[in-house]
Design a protein around this ligand. Structure first.
Ligand code: SF4
Ligand code: MG
Length: 342
């Protein structure tokens, strides 16, 4: 079976302009710079990285909410990059997005029912108002909100309930793919689990396919089937969730992993602590060679600074891909990280 989503060499470069009257393009922010990935039907792809790594731009480009400047996105066998706005609009119903802060994406002057009905009307779904109201009511049940919520306004709800409204707004259109951009990072930890569980239940019932974007590996650990780690516009590692958490190979993934808190306070934390030198470099001016070499505790002269590593399969399963020249030696432990002085 072909994957629902296939992304090939995707690029989103934003021009940097100077000048007031006569704009000159003086460079490009390479927010997404050559990403390959695919998402099987009914599965969840977790996309992780620091803010500014391009993961949100990638999520938006998947739906072509942000137009890509190179490469292709294929959705259910149809290439959606470069198709006209009318065709794209028709595809959009099947590809929906939910956001970190639903309050900023929900119209404060509309009650929940009209927010949801508006989406149906915009896509020409449902036969008249009664049919649409019925769909909206069923969707509310599906996301675990009471019927009285229909007549209330977004500000009257808690953060967790608002995220349920955001999910309902996506769900009511009957999508196949949902891109969830930091869906729980604005919520209390106890509420986070409820929203994640809801997303998982909905996936099981409706065979939904998800791209879940997070800055934190802990959030996607349980929901994702496959996890991709992004750094400065590129994927640096991708593996099944089990493989990635059992054996992270890319130095950047190891650093992210070492920042995840240990769930059980009684268990002594034996993991290596990896401190990264410096800040995230600007995506307008990424380092040459391996983009991570300015911060990498394993970086070796001079190959790491000279040659950009390709994302390549490591090990016998073939599903674990790493963009590091030294992945085998890091895996075997032959190559040790430089001593990091705090
Ligand atoms: Fe570090 Fe070099 Fe591997 Fe890049 S290629 S992650 S700099 S060891
Ligand atoms: Mg799942």
């Amino acid at each position: 079976e072909t994957p629902l989503v296939e992304v090939k060499d995707l690029k989103v470069h934003f021009p940097i302009t100077r000048g007031v009257i006569f704009d000159r393009v003086v460079g490009f922010v390479k927010a997404v710079d050559g990403v390959d990935l695919s998402i099987p039907r009914g599965k969840t792809y977790g996309l992780v990285g620091e803010s500014g790594c391009g993961k949100s731009t990638l999520g938006r480009a998947l739906l072509q909410l942000t137009p890509s400047t190179g490469g292709t996105v294929t959705f259910d066998g149809t290439q959606i990059t470069g198709i006209g706005p009318v065709k794209l609009r028709a595809m959009r119903r099947r590809m929906q997005m939910i956001f970190q802060d639903p309050l900023s994406s929900l119209d404060p002057r509309q009650n929940v029912e009209s927010i949801l009905i508006e989406g149906l009307a915009a896509h020409g779904i449902g036969k008249g108002r009664d049919d649409r109201r019925q769909r909206v009511a069923e969707t509310l049940d599906a996301v675990g909100l009471p019927r009285w919520a229909l007549s209330r306004y977004p500000h009257e709800f808690s953060g967790g309930q608002r995220q349920r409204i955001g999910i309902a707004r996506a769900l009511v259109l009957g999508p196949d793919l949902i891109v969830a951009d930091e869906p729980v990072s604005a919520l209390d930890v106890s509420i986070q689990a409820q929203v994640i569980n809801l997303l998982e239940d909905l996936q099981d019932q409706l065979n939904l396919t998800y791209l879940v974007i997070a800055h934190d590996l802990a959030v996607v650990r349980h929901i994702a089937d496959v996890v991709g780690v992004m750094y400065l516009g590129a994927l640096v590692e991708e593996a099944s969730s089990d493989e990635l958490y059992a054996e992270p190979l890319h130095p950047y993934t190891r650093a992210l992993m070492s920042a995840v808190p240990v769930p059980d306070p009684d268990v002594e934390d034996q993991r290596e602590r990896i401190l990264l030198a410096g800040d995230l470099p600007s995506p307008a001016n990424p380092p040459k060679g391996c983009r991570f070499h300015t911060r990498c505790p394993w970086a070796q002269p001079t190959r790491c600074a000279d040659e950009r590593p390709a994302l390549r399969a490591i090990g016998d399963v073939g599903t674990h891909r790493v963009a590091c020249h030294w992945a085998e030696d890091i895996r075997s432990g032959v190559l040790k990280p430089h001593e990091v002085r705090a």
